[in-house]
Design a protein around this ligand. Structure first.
Ligand SMILES: NC(=O)c1ccc[n+]([C@@H]2O[C@H](COP(=O)([O-])OP(=O)(O)OC[C@H]3O[C@@H](n4cnc5c(N)ncnc54)[C@H](OP(=O)(O)O)[C@@H]3O)[C@@H](O)[C@H]2O)c1
Length: 228
């Protein structure tokens, strides 16, 4: 459906103005889902991988539309407008440190720092990854987004059976507006929930989402309705 829309926009001469270079750091489930979906919408995807030469990364690049390519994590962010940090949550701060200069870039943070012990899922940091990443990349614009949604619905939101909200937390209104546009383009519903330190509550929501996903309680997606 999105491909058809994209072809239609291209035929009308529209769509290219909003195209970004998006560095997707991490080529796992979330990186693959968001990379392939944003590529279909006309954005140029540069995957950042610990080993960009593996068969799995090559296969991902092959199935990503446009001029997608893969390189190292630090190389991928150079020249990117937007960086998506699709990496293990407990390592996100350290991985960000190793990316080099992120000044002026929008960083989308879908990560959840989780500890799994004694059959319990726990939020694994004192503050939040959103705050940790913003502190590491002080001159970048960090927006917490996509952390309370399983990767399958990033690819196929319609399979959820109803609207899905993506809460956004960040300190910069322009960066949040830009991320809201990107979220909307995936047929998801963005909702601004305040500054980056509210990431801790969003990361707490992810604990609940994952807890219920493993049953027996009902799995859920978020749908937050704005009051008119
Ligand atoms: N899975 C979901 O449905 C979901 C939903 C919302 C949010 N999240 C959050 O999003 C983040 C990514 O989740 P995921 O499910 O995509 O994880 P994943 O499938 O394990 O992928 C993470 C990727 O990060 C890279 N990576 C792994 N170890 C690394 C290290 N030591 N240093 C640097 N890079 C490393 C790897 O890519 P390379 O091999 O290419 O380096 C790996 O494929 C997590 O924080 C998770 O909590 C997940």
């Amino acid at each position: 459906m999105r491909s058809i829309l994209l072809l239609l926009l291209a035929a009308l001469g529209a769509g290219s103005a909003a195209a970004d270079v998006i560095a997707v750091i991490g080529t796992g489930r979330v990186g693959s889902a968001l990379g392939t979906e944003f590529a279909e919408l006309g954005h140029t995807i540069v995957y950042g991988s610990r080993d960009p030469s593996t068969a799995a990364v090559n296969e991902l690049v092959d199935r990503t539309a446009g001029d997608a390519r893969a390189t190292t994590q630090a190389e991928a962010v150079k020249g990117a407008d937007v960086v998506i940090l699709a990496v293990p949550g407990m390592l996100a701060g350290d991985i960000t440190k190793n990316l080099g200069d992120l000044s002026g870039k929008i960083i989308i943070d879908p990560t959840n720092p989780l500890n799994f012990a004694n059959d319990k899922i726990r939020h694994g940091v004192d503050t939040s990854n959103g705050e940790i990443i913003q502190a590491v990349a002080a001159d970048a614009y960090v927006v917490k987004a996509f952390n309370v949604l399983s990767w399958q619905y990033m690819i196929d939101p319609g399979s959820s059976g109803g609207p899905i909200s993506i809460p956004l937390a960040g300190n910069d209104p322009d960066a949040k507006a830009k991320v809201a546009e990107l979220v909307s383009s995936l047929d998801l519903h963005p909702i601004d929930v305040g500054p980056i330190d509210h990431s801790r509550w969003l990361e707490g929501m992810a604990v609940l989402l994952i807890h219920n996903n493993f049953g027996p309680l009902p799995a859920f997606n978020l749908h937050l309705r704005e009051i008119e």
